[in-house]
Design a protein around this ligand. Structure first.
Ligand SMILES: [Zn+2]
Length: 207
């Protein structure tokens, strides 16, 4: 039975979260949103004895990808980014474009991409599941704990955000939300909890 490996790392001056997620037995992990600080990410992986095998990008705002070139210099792994935001990445090799429903494997785990535009056109969430463990959902700047991402930026779309939040509201209530920033009262929460305390998610769910 696969065991999930998960680390939530606070990086940079904008309360970003980067993540290591993967297969604890195979000791293979993906980095979600390598913002700011490649050294912190490497140190965590090294300390835990896991190998970085992929980079997953929720969206290409600078605070989520700032460490990508340094990271790739040390670990030349595939970088998964939504097709609508490939043009926003720096010039790097190993780009794999994703779309709604794209899957990838990390060890024996399957990661699935969910296109959730609104904050930016190519925002995506990643869900990761293992038998007898609650699913994990990496929500980037779409869903924060008790808030949602800004929709007043170039490329934002409030109506699309509403539809994306409605989708996320239908994930199983035990799903654990791992947001792109530490803006809430807690660093994580479940979808079920968020349906009670996150007015944006609740409103979208009931619409
Ligand atoms: Zn953003």
């Amino acid at each position: 039975m696969t065991q999930l490996f998960i680390r939530q790392l606070a990086v940079g001056p904008m309360q970003n979260f980067a993540y290591l997620v993967g297969d604890a037995q195979a000791k293979k992990v993906a980095v979600v949103d390598p913002g700011w600080d490649a050294d912190t990410i490497f140190a965590e992986a090294k300390g835990a004895g896991v190998e970085i095998v992929a980079v997953l990008i929720t969206h290409t705002h600078f605070d989520h990808i700032k460490a990508i070139e340094k990271l790739l210099n040390h670990a030349p792994v595939p970088v998964y980014v939504h097709r609508l935001e490939v043009g926003q990445l720096p010039r790097i090799s190993n780009i794999v474009t994703t779309d709604e429903g794209t899957t990838m494997t990390i060890g024996s785990l399957t990661v699935r991409c969910h296109h959730t535009p609104g904050h930016s056109p190519g925002c995506q969430c990643f869900d990761v599941g293992a038998v007898r463990e609650p699913p994990l959902l990496f929500t980037g700047d779409t869903l924060f704990i008790d808030a949602c991402g800004r929709t007043d930026l170039p490329g934002s779309d409030p109506n699309a955000m509403h539809r994306s939040l409605k989708r996320l509201a239908h994930f199983p209530p035990e799903t654990i939300v791992y947001p792109g920033h530490d803006y809430g009262p807690t660093p994580t929460a479940t979808i079920g909890e968020q349906l009670k305390t996150n007015s944006f998610l609740r409103e979208a769910a009931g619409s």
